[in-house]
Design a protein around this ligand. Structure first.
Ligand SMILES: Cc1cc2nc3c(=O)[nH]c(=O)nc-3n(C[C@H](O)[C@H](O)[C@H](O)COP(=O)(O)O)c2cc1C
Length: 185
């Protein structure tokens, strides 16, 4: 099994949970996985010693975390020489209508154009409303947005819209397409 880098950007913490899920699912299949937060010094210390990489970030006002964009740009040459998968986390991906789905796709496309990354696979996945982690302003704003989107407005607790089974299948597809179980590195 190849050694896999899972690097993520998060603002409120949900994408850490998504990236940890991906890392654990890869480990369960025998991969050696390094899980790195793009906002920590560990990101600057990453060396190109991997056989594959998963890059996960979340959307805030249509953009992914600057630290993740920076990481991908800094490491683009070796990342593009590997099988890579991108996971873009957001609320629009959790909406069934065509407009929201197109929005999620466009935001992901923007990240790929901005960084120059050419992934083997890419997917938009539903995020979470983490009301208990927001300050008053963000909580009020997100409740209004949630009401418009028909999502949960009970701000006494958090709400998750990630389809974990779908994410597991996406990781399985990546394992197959990237031939992760072939070879050593
Ligand atoms: C201030 C704010 C802005 C957001 N903007 C978007 C957006 O433009 N598109 C989208 O799909 N989701 C948007 N979301 C939803 C987040 O992507 C979602 O909550 C995600 O789970 C956050 O992941 P994180 O906890 O890893 O930061 C926004 C959330 C917040 C709090």
């Amino acid at each position: 099994m190849k050694k896999v880098l899972v690097v993520y950007g998060t603002t409120e913490g949900h994408t850490r949970k998504v990236a940890t899920f991906v890392a654990e699912h890869l480990r369960a299949q025998g991969a050696v996985v390094d899980l790195v937060d793009s906002a920590t010094p560990a990101a600057a210390a990453v060396q190109p010693t991997y056989g594959a990489a998963v890059i996960a970030g979340s959307l805030h006002e249509h953009l992914h975390q600057r630290t993740l964009v920076h990481f991908v740009k800094e490491n683009i040459a070796w990342l593009n020489a590997l099988p890579t998968a991108v996971v873009s986390v957001g609320l629009s991906a959790a909406m069934p209508d065509a407009e929201s789905q197109a929005q999620a796709r466009n935001n992901l496309e923007y990240f790929l154009n901005e960084t120059g990354l050419k992934p083997t696979l890419a997917k938009s996945v539903g995020g979470a409303l983490l009301y208990t982690k927001y300050d008053w302003f963000k909580r009020t704003m997100m409740r209004m947005i949630a009401r418009q989107m028909g999502k949960d407005v009970d701000d006494t607790r958090d709400h998750e819209y990630t389809d974990w089974d779908e994410l597991r299948r996406f990781v399985d597809d990546f394992v197959r397409q990237a031939r992760l179980s072939d070879g050593q590195q």
